[in-house]
Write a protein that binds this ligand. Structure first.
Ligand code: NAD
Length: 333
């Protein structure tokens, strides 16, 4: 139990890997607003430069892969914290190309940890605080609900396996080299800047985009599968607090608040928000998908007692507003 919080809300030089992606760009906006000094490394494989338009003068952008050691070292130089979000996300993508997932998610995490270790030995100090994004998918086939972090992980997809390996490496670097680390298991994060309209789109943006376009939404399976949907601002609030207070722990921490909503329930809420029915079509279940997921948030709440999550209706309303603005050509990044 190695919880440590060793900084009291100071301004920090932070590197966000994957900072041009959905969660990354939302985090970068929050960190810049909070006065932190922010650098980003992103190869723009699934992220977009446009996501950083509003803040691009305020940040240092390294357009490169974390697998490019020289570029990564330049980006890590001087960082007191690294929030490692760069990854090849999505279960179906990993099933199509497991090696590409391994390279980005496992080799990529190892590269970030190595860069942090080199920075630590170069300065003789504690080295950067490294926060790593893992995923609820590591629980996989384990049917127990809610998911406590001590459950035995049972990954069902190459993506889940890659995230579990990334976690294990991160915690091993804490024990082997004394790096301050924090591993978060994100659940289903949604909100502005999350892309829709491609084969690997996450469920909320796919639903909102289809519904606004008047297209039927596709449910994989019967729609009774449940998820702990987490609005992106709730996630970035925790990440920013973790950076500011240098919160470290030698155990993974669920980053979700213990809600559980089925996909049919999300559609009902969407219909209520839009004031119109949303047509549904059912396709086959997808391999690697899990039936139910909900976090036990005890550990999260102990570490971050001040963070209050945005509720699902408010988060969906903000997401719909962002998609509407984007459709009208006036989205703000
Ligand atoms: P995203 O695809 O929007 O962001 C990932 C970013 O990483 C992209 O900008 C991409 O261009 C970048 N990237 C990929 N490979 C890279 C590499 N080799 N070098 C540098 N940059 C690279 O996805 P997201 O939803 O914002 O996910 C962020 C993190 O959170 C990921 O680690 C993901 O696995 C994890 N996660 C997300 C969710 C969710 O619901 N969105 C759930 C669980 C875990």
């Amino acid at each position: 139990m190695a919880l440590r919080t060793s900084r009291v809300g100071g301004l920090v030089r932070v590197l966000v890997t994957g900072g041009a992606g959905f969660i990354g760009a939302n985090l970068v906006h929050r960190l810049v607003d909070g006065g932190h000094d922010v650098a980003v490394i992103d190869d723009l494989s699934t992220g977009h430069r446009d996501n950083l338009d509003v803040v691009d003068r305020a940040i240092e952008l390294h357009e490169a892969s974390v697998l490019d050691q020289k570029a990564l070292e330049r980006a890590v130089a001087g960082a007191e914290a690294v929030v490692h979000l760069a990854a090849r996300p999505s279960v179906p993508r990993s099933i199509d190309d497991p090696r590409a997932t391994h390279r980005a998610n496992v080799d990529g995490t190892l590269a970030v940890l190595e860069a942090a270790r080199r920075a630590q030995s170069a300065t003789g100090g504690p080295g950067p605080h490294v926060i790593v994004a893992s995923s609820s998918s590591v629980y996989g086939a384990n049917p127990v609900l809610p998911k406590t972090e001590d459950l035995v992980p049972q990954p069902r997809s190459p993506y889940a396996a890659s995230k579990l390996a990334a976690e294990a490496y991160t915690l091993a670097y804490h024990h082997s080299y004394g790096l301050d680390v924090l591993v978060f298991r994100f659940f289903n994060v949604f909100g502005p800047l999350q892309p829709a309209g491609h084969a690997y789109a996450a469920v909320v943006p796919a639903f909102v985009d289809d519904a606004l376009a008047g297209r039927p939404v596709t449910l994989h399976g019967d729609g009774t599968q449940t998820r702990d949907f987490t609005y992106v601002d709730s996630v970035t609030a925790v990440l920013a607090d973790a950076v500011a207070r240098r919160v470290a722990d030698d155990r993974p921490v669920n980053l979700a608040f213990g809600t559980r909503t089925d996909l049919l329930g999300v559609l009902d809420r969407l219909e209520a928000l839009l004031g119109q029915p949303v047509e549904r079509v059912h396709g086959p279940s997808r391999p690697g998908d899990v039936a139910h997921s909900s976090a036990d948030a005890t550990r999260l709440r102990a570490l971050f007692p001040a963070v209050e999550p945005v509720d699902l209706d408010a988060g969906l309303a903000a997401t719909v507003a962002w998609f509407r603005a984007r459709r009208a050509g006036g989205a703000e990044a």
